[in-house]
Design a protein around this ligand. Structure first.
Ligand code: FES
Length: 159
């Protein structure tokens, strides 16, 4: 079986009913995708499927098909961090850090869909990602910073 992960086609030995989370972690060694609740309710295992957030602990390989899986390991472009990653660093968001890859990928999914979300849209999009350290205020600030940086980049690019 083949899986598109982080812009590379990988051969995997997993069966169709195996969960994407464990294929990523155990077979491909991409341990940035975390196991949290195993019930799709905490968001720690969030990855992108064709740019949209999905819970890897609830996604059998058979449901991935030929969609592109992006994990936290594949978000940067070479040495250039994604603006959301950079904003999370600039705002010093992580505390224990366990939930962070899921938080970042959910934020990227949000901005892929709504480049300039309202507060309500931001909160609605992120409410499925739990943070046991309670970093929610910094997460919100970081996403707003990423929005500003992306707007600045597009203004500079158009100048
Ligand atoms: Fe610790 Fe979010 S930073 S759970």
């Amino acid at each position: 079986m083949r899986l598109r992960v982080n812009q590379t086609t990988r051969e995997i030995s997993a069966t169709a009913d195996q969960l994407l989370l464990w294929v990523l972690r155990d077979e491909l060694g991409l341990t940035g995708t975390r196991f949290g609740c195993g019930l799709g309710q905490c968001g720690a295992c969030t990855v992108l499927l064709d740019g949209t957030a999905a819970r890897a602990c609830q996604t059998p390989i058979s449901m991935v098909g030929d969609r592109e899986v992006t994990t936290i390991e594949g978000l940067a472009q070479g040495d250039a961090l994604h603006p959301v990653q950079q904003a999370f660093i600039d705002e010093q968001v992580p505390q224990c850090g366990y939930c962070m890859s899921g938080q970042v990928l959910s934020a990227v999914s949000l901005l892929n869909t709504i480049p300039n979300p309202t507060d309500a849209e931001l909160v609605a999009a992120m409410q499925g990602n739990l943070c046991r350290c309670g970093t929610y205020v910094r997460i919100k600030r970081a996403i707003q910073r990423a929005v500003e940086q992306q707007a600045q980049l597009s203004t500079d690019g158009g100048a």
